[in-house]
Design a protein around this ligand. Sequence first.
Ligand code: 6PG
Length: 466
Amino acid sequence: MNKYTLGMIGLGTMGRNLLLNMADNGFSVTGYDKSADMLKKLEEDGKAHQLKGFADLSDFVQSLELPRRIVLLVPAGKIVDSVIEELLPLLDKGDLIIDSGNSHFTDTTRRSLELADQGIHFFGMGISGGEEGARFGPSMMPGGDKKAYEAVKPILEAVSAKVNGDPCVTYIGPGASGHFVKMVHNGIEYSMMQILAETYDLLKNSLGYNNEQIYSVFEKWNEGRLKSFLLEVTRDVFKVKDEKTGGYLIDVIKDEAKSKGTGKWTSQVSMDLQLPIPTINESVSARDLSKFKTLRVELSEALPHVKEAIDNKEEFEVQLEQAVYFAMITSYAQGLHLLSQASKEYKYELNLQEISQIWRGGCIIRAVLLEDIYQAYKKQTDLPHLYADAGIQKQLQEIIPGTRNVVITAIKHGVAMPCFASALTYYDSLRTANSPLNLTQAQRDFFGAHTFERTDSEGIFHADWN
Ligand code: 6PG
């Protein structure tokens, strides 16, 4: 019997679609799932390739060529551990397991060390692009043992999205680096989504635009430098009607946002690494704050705010586009800055040029702007921060005055814009040569004798403040 090149465990939509994508690209692949329904669905969808799956794990493992390549697309968490536990006795040394869910990177570190002890290669691979991406070309972030990557490189490159012929997949680095990079991708995703939500708020509540007008603004912007997958999706939301009411669907969706945790993990890690990503943090908090609906309704009545009208709507719209562009640059800048710090701390050997390159297509945060970011890191691989690139600086100079006006207006209008405001404050903090934190040091030394350093001489000092 001919053996299969790769096997997928978990034939839900993501797993099935990725498998179909591999089959389309000429690879001999198969799948395993406990559910008979999932196996039936694989057979139906994969008719053209006569794709058949296994209901027996041992038969599935035996059907794979050596060294085995097994991709897991099962929910992150305990299920990954139990699947690995079931698999282990059936595997041979040198086999490769790739966990493609949104697993926490510390779980991936633990699993890869445990499996390395048993001679099994373990990869954490973030996949972005949703169901559509998995079927027709996702962006993928695999991390693990470099030599083991060679065994799956041709398959991953073939099935990934392509930008200018370049595959949207690359070897990310050792250990859990693949899952770490995907987590930060999601942090940036949260931030970009929140920026667009704040933009919607301003268009609706400051400019008084209806859904058709909002659609038109997003449509126009998406033809320029803001062109991105998320803006495209956001634009299209504003034309969808609700079958039940006949009105727009967006108007009947509850304003309480859910999340699965990857944004929160990004913020938590940033605190551990002492590498600030305030705009991403704000996007996580915005979702959490949205859940206090009853309190928000009560306070909106108790603490009303009278809005001033905007005189020049056209000018404000132009400035708003600049503010969105600025906040998007800042979201990527913070995410990439976090990656550079994590790379040092965890020895991930991350290449930010390649990471921005593979984010240009297939993934949720793909955007025209990533081309500029990719070029910035291509010019200088050890760029200390995205704001340090001359090309980005030129763009910042152009968009900052408009951004300031948008933030001022929103504050005057009492419209909350945590991401816009924090992005601008972050920018101002980073371009402040002499910060007021000398005072913080003085305070610490005053009440706690925590010492301070001086600007005019080396050493550690303590003063008698009284
Ligand atoms: C992707 C997405 C994907 C998923 C998020 C949603 O890159 O394809 O990030 O992973 O949409 O997990 O996350 P929340 O449910 O937390 O918004």
